[in-house]
Design a protein around this ligand. Structure first.
Ligand SMILES: Cc1ncc(C[n+]2csc(CCOP(=O)(O)OP(=O)(O)O)c2C)c(N)n1
Ligand SMILES: [Mg+2]
Length: 450
């Protein structure tokens, strides 16, 4: 391998072969076409003399006599793709890219449902009826429009503020309520914190609290899709704060090298609980980081449903057809508190929140567009809101009254044969509940004999 650094141009052929070999060793699944295009790229580089360039994997590296550090930022920031302007007028000259009336209305109805569901479930938590909640207020367009651009076969690895994707896929308001109340009908058997949704049926991998763990996992899932030659991709969502985790960087690098169909979707909402993005990184946001790893990347207006839909559709096409990762950075704002355990007015100005809520609201902007098309009116609005409210009230009533999961479920499903330490813990918990029933919520099915 030391011959790599041989200076003579006469060894170029040898270097070319080595570059080819290097690629094969790195990734045996590389298709012939891809190798061929890399070889062509090297041919183009032949214009350089040996004094002008070194040949390294990836192409020729020209020499310069100027000492020149790559700038820490470019003069102009990466542009942000949008289709609708602030008042909901479309900016495209080619209007054929716009969506059908049916889909447009479906997107709007789902965004409103998500907003209402968040408002009501958040209230329920404030009343002390559930233990925790997180709204996606301000990020409704990201949730719904990104989901709408996918096929249900695409696998989602979420962070936690993307329950709208699950809503779009058909997870019912009753199923959401069952999870939040941790009742017997909850698919997770009440073992997860509220908001930690998951559903096999909807190809939605269960939320996991430690930030960023979903990112390298998504790359692994995408690698399996690649091996099985599936016509599908993986989408993993995460926030701006999560890009400071090592898992983000490891995940991007693996995805680029393994050439897998994964879409990294970053919701850059300005805050990671109380940490603003200005204290999180000094780069031009997240999109620029994709390039550093060799990943095609785009910045999108996260409050423009049509832009999100369009970008996601394109990203999906590239990811599957070209078998490569894509990074999408959606600029938005976390209008709500981080969670019900947070009061964001303690660390940010109310005016900032109000400005995003009023002037940059993704739902009202989109409503202006569909109303302008004659596809929506006030009567439809009140019918939709009335119906969603009724469904929510009903779902909450049912979920709250439902039986709790059996206590034994707390210890099941991890091991085929329960180890003795878990058996001991189960016995001890059952005993404690029997002795101090007043300290535990009622309605547990405690095993009679363990
Ligand atoms: C590894 C890890 N570190 C810290 C936390 C605590 N924590 C939970 S959410 C959060 C903020 C994440 O911000 P971001 O990724 O921007 O997502 P957002 O909440 O803005 O949607 C933090 C620090 C955690 N869950 N996991
Ligand atoms: Mg954030």
């Amino acid at each position: 391998m030391a011959t790599w650094f041989l200076k003579s141009r006469s060894v170029l052929q040898c270097v070319k072969t080595r570059a080819g070999l290097h690629q094969i060793i790195c990734n045996r699944s590389l298709k012939g076409a891809s190798l061929h295009s890399k070889a062509l790229q090297l041919e183009d580089d032949l214009d350089y003399s040996e004094n002008e360039a070194w040949y390294f994997p990836g192409g020729a590296v020209p020499f310069t006599s100027k000492i020149n550090f790559i700038a820490d930022s470019s003069e102009e920031r990466i542009h942000c793709y949008r289709v609708l302007d602030n008042s909901g007028h479309h900016m495209l000259s080619n209007t054929s890219k716009l969506i059908s009336k049916e889909l447009a209305v479906q997107l709007y109805s789902s965004m409103v449902t998500l907003q209402m569901m968040d408002t009501v479930f958040n209230e329920v938590q404030r009343q002390g009826r559930t233990s925790f909640y997180m709204t996606s207020h301000g990020e409704e367009a990201i949730n719904i429009a990104s989901a709408a651009a996918l096929s249900n076969e695409d696998i989602i690895l979420p962070q936690y503020r993307e329950h709208g994707v699950l809503l779009w896929r058909g997870f019912s308001l009753q199923e959401f309520a069952n999870q939040l109340f941790a009742n017997k009908a909850d698919k997770g058997k009440g073992r997860q914190m509220p908001m930690h949704y998951g559903s096999n049926k909807h190809n939605y991998i269960t939320v996991s609290s430690p930030l960023g763990t979903q990112i390298p996992q998504a790359v692994g899932v995408a690698y399996s899709l690649k091996m099985e030659k599936k016509d599908a991709c993986v989408v993993t969502y995460f926030g701006d704060g999560t890009t400071s985790e090592g898992d983000f960087h490891a995940g991007l690098n693996f995805a680029a090298v393994l050439e897998v169909p994964v879409i990294f979707f970053c919701r850059n909402n300005g805050w990671a609980i109380s940490t603003p993005v200005t204290e999180q990184f000094r780069s031009d946001g997240i999109a620029v980081k994709g390039r550093a790893y060799g990943i095609p990347s785009i910045r999108v207006d996260g409050n423009d449903a049509l832009a999100i839909y369009d970008a996601m559709q394109e990203a999906r096409k590239i990811a599957i057809k070209e078998q490569k990762p894509i990074l999408i950075e959606a600029l938005t704002y976390r209008v709500g508190h981080h969670s019900t355990s947070d009061d964001s007015t303690k660390y940010r100005a109310r005016e900032e929140i109000e400005q995003w809520k009023a002037d940059r609201n993704p739902i009202s902007r989109y409503r202006n567009w569909i109303e302008g098309n004659g596809w929506w009116n006030e009567e439809q609005e009140s019918t939709l809101r009335g119906s969603v409210r009724k469904q929510l009230m009903n779902a909450i009533g049912v979920a709250e009254k439902a039986e709790r999961p059996a206590l034994t479920d707390l210890f099941a499903d991890v091991y085929h044969d329960m180890p003795t330490n878990l058996q001991e813990q189960e016995r001890s918990l059952t005993e404690t509940i029997r002795k101090h029933p007043q300290d535990f919520p009622s309605g547990f099915a405690v095993a009679s004999q363990i």
